[in-house]
Design a protein around this ligand. Structure first.
Ligand code: NAD
Length: 429
């Protein structure tokens, strides 16, 4: 087979404005060099399949009408229905959705779960919306993207700025349109409406399963391991708690308001209580406040970026003082930073492996919804651990055999499975 022609990687000038879609395509180009794909196939996998942009009004609490822009992007549906979260954030853009959708395709493939990749979102600040406004925005957005969403076609889930309540509103809106309850149209729902036990914790717990394997492979002992976590939302707070349960000492945490650092340790359970009360982590126990940038540069063994993209760039990669970066967030490390970290011997456990616990338990939730038969939390965690450990070992093996870093190894495995599935199905018509 002839190797595919590659498009030149986009130039990245300032890491300040790094475009995540360009990063995702650069990572793809790096991995695809190791695969002999039929001509044209790489071009297909490098692009998205469908993109929807919606502009819609919401009547705000004061009676005014405000316009919002939302997106739903399907990257690839060859291995099954598309799957991917919904993000509410002011910086949501089409290119961000494209990148996140592509990463979802590789993540599902790497975990060997029968899904393709998608992502959606609304450019908004959810913290500035009242509960009523949030519900109206969600129901209108769900209606607008309902031409892209269905239980066997495209199944959303929570991401940054969204939560189980928002998933319940999406499920209810879709169900009202078709006239009967369709729990399997979205995952990450509350358990009262078809959610799965262990889903809320799935991503953070999965991060911990992967860190545990990484520490074992690096001959490091959890009891002697220090951890810094950026982002104290769904992923970061659960990762911090479960890493502490594993024996690690959490010494730094941040959220959008800033960070705190205590080399003697921070109790994530007590910090979560404080966070619920005050809405932020800063001033906890009178600790000094750091910026997010400063937090990332604190000395620790494992750094878990669990907030958003482009946090580790060529501007700060040479100042990181950790041994392992475990990517809880999607796309926290830019391709240029990857090179610097590799040269410095810092091991990066890539997002599509490290944070895949969320989509894995989302898959369990979908299976349970379709069967109307629910599993125990112990069954879920046990199956999750087996899938994550297996994927970790496959990636490690691929990386050692090819002499590439874990990200490229993970992408090689993921892309090759999607490529094989495409060729097996054939190109329609
Ligand atoms: P979340 O909204 O629950 O929490 C996000 C956290 O990041 C919050 O603590 C917030 O304060 C912080 N944050 C936001 N903007 C920030 C900024 N500019 N600087 C520093 N901190 C900031 O979101 P989440 O669901 O925990 O998602 C976090 C990351 O994990 C995202 O990259 C998401 O794509 C990824 N992820 C989430 C899931 C999931 O199941 N929720 C699964 C896989 C990956």
């Amino acid at each position: 087979m002839q190797a595919a022609t590659l498009v030149a990687p986009p130039q990245v000038s300032s890491n300040h404005q790094i475009n995540p879609w360009h990063s995702a395509q650069r990572q793809f180009d790096e991995a695809v060099r190791y695969l002999s794909l039929p001509p044209g196939l790489a071009d297909m996998l490098r692009e998205t399949k469908r993109e929807l942009i919606v502009k819609f009004p919401v009547v705000m609490d004061d009676g005014s009408i405000q316009m919002f822009t939302g997106y739903r992007v399907h990257h690839n549906a060859v291995r099954g229905p598309t799957k991917g979260g919904i993000r509410y954030d002011t910086n949501v853009s089409l290119d961000e959705m494209r990148a996140l959708a592509m990463w979802m395709t590789w993540k599902c493939s790497l975990m060997n779960i029968p899904y393709g990749g998608a992502k959606g979102g609304v450019a908004c600040n959810p913290r500035k919306l009242s509960p009523r406004e949030l519900e109206k925005l969600t129901r209108r957005y769900a209606t607008e993207i309902s031409i892209m969403m269905s239980p066997l076609g495209d199944i959303p889930a929570p991401d940054m700025g969204t939560n189980p309540q928002i998933m319940a509103w999406i499920m209810d809106t879709y169900s009202m349109h078709v006239g009967y309850s369709v729990p399997a149209v979205v995952t990450g729902k509350p358990t009262q409406v078809g959610g799965s036990l262990g889903r809320r914790e799935g991503t953070g717990r999965g991060v911990t399963y992967v860190v545990e394997e990484t520490l074992r492979q690096q001959r490091m002992i959890p009891d002697e391991t220090t951890v810094v976590v950026q982002g104290f939302g769904n992923v970061g707070s659960v990762a911090a708690r479960t890493l502490q349960e594993l024996g690690c000492r959490v010494i730094g945490v941040s959220d959008i308001t800033g960070g705190i650092y205590n080399p003697r340790g921070i109790d994530p359970v007590d910090l979560l209580r404080y966070h619920h009360e005050t809405g932020s982590v800063i001033d906890y126990m009178g600790l000094d406040t750091l910026t997010n940038a400063e937090l990332l540069e604190q000395k620790c063994d494992v750094l878990v970026p669990a907030a958003l993209e482009n946090q580790i760039t060529d501007r700060n990669a040479d100042r990181l003082r950790c041994k392992i970066v475990a990517e809880g967030a999607n796309g926290p490390t830019t391709p240029d930073a990857d090179v610097i970290l590799g040269e410095r011997g810092i091991l990066v456990v890539p997002d599509i492996l490290c944070n895949a616990g969320g989509v894995t338990v989302s898959y369990f939730e979908w299976v349970q919804d379709l069967q109307s038969f629910f599993w125990t939390e112990a069954e879920i965690n046990d199956r999750l651990r087996r899938i994550m450990v297996n994927a970790f070992n496959e990636v490690l093996n691929e990386s050692q055999q090819r002499g590439v870093n874990l990200r490229t190894a993970a992408q090689i495995l993921a892309i090759s499975r999607v490529a094989e599935a495409t060729m097996t199905r054939g190109i329609y018509p």
